[in-house]
Unconditional design. Sequence first.
Length: 173
Amino acid sequence: MDVGIFKTLGETAGLAGLAVGLILLLYREIVRKNVFPALSKRDAYRLLRAIAVLSWSVAIVGIASWVWSTSIERRRQDVSRVTSSATQPEGEPVVAGTIVDQVTNLAIGEATVAVDGESSTSTSDDTGNFRIVLRAKHSGRVRLLVTKIGYQKVDQSVTAPTHNLILQMRPEK
């Protein structure tokens, strides 16, 4: 198993993918060495039970770390939303919406949305929602650049302010 597989597993399935890759890496050598015929039935059963318990433990740790990291990210987003809504002066235009997969129409999280020519950026949450507060001088059209690993870049002009924008991203082939 090479590093490329771990990279793909991590990008595709996150922590759970890395946990599965680790299990496969650790236990494939046991299966390759054809250990089971050399063991008594009792020892073979104990080895299989140990493998099952360790696999289950890795899965539980992976799920627990995913829950922990997701809850921390949600707290950060909640705090930033409260802070941004409390500090946003009246009249500043906002561009907000949802990023979805063009093929499946499912939400895309962790996509980066940037306003061309400004330092304003946002990252979509797990439900694909994003929100960018623009400088007051922006009335009219702004150019949005949306990027996410595994998807083609989106370059779209929109009229600010807007709150129900739907941006579709096409998966890379």
